[in-house]
Design a protein around this ligand. Structure first.
Ligand code: SF4
Ligand code: SF4
Length: 93
């Protein structure tokens, strides 16, 4: 398993990059990113993920919890919600 950085919340403080024992964290043009192929959640080095412990805004999370919803799926979900709220009330008084 690997961790990932929420680019919307990252304040680009650079605290996480140097403490990663696997050199899995790097800077891109917008934010910092974690290479999922290199991140071991610090296993073998530390008991807790070091990047998480130093991040001042808690924007590093398990990668699988941060998968973006594909646009098509998002549109379908939106349609379902609209349908649900526009459903006519079956009760008649
Ligand atoms: S959890 Fe550990 S190995 Fe993974 S990116 Fe953070 S510091 Fe690096
Ligand atoms: S420690 Fe957190 S806020 Fe700072 S660069 Fe890393 S992910 Fe971004």
């Amino acid at each position: 398993m690997a961790l990932a950085i929420d680019a919307e919340e990252c304040v680009i403080c650079s605290a996480c990059e140097p403490i990663c024992p696997n050199q899995a964290i790097s800077r891109n043009e917008k934010t910092f990113v974690i290479d999922a192929k290199l991140c071991t959640e610090c296993e073998g080095f530390f008991n807790t993920p070091q990047c998480v412990s130093v991040c001042p805004v808690d924007c590093i999370h398990p990668a699988e919890t941060m998968l973006p919803i594909p646009t098509v799926k998002r549109a379908k979900l939106y349609q379902q919600v609209v349908k649900l709220f526009n459903k006519p009330d079956k009760k008649t008084y």
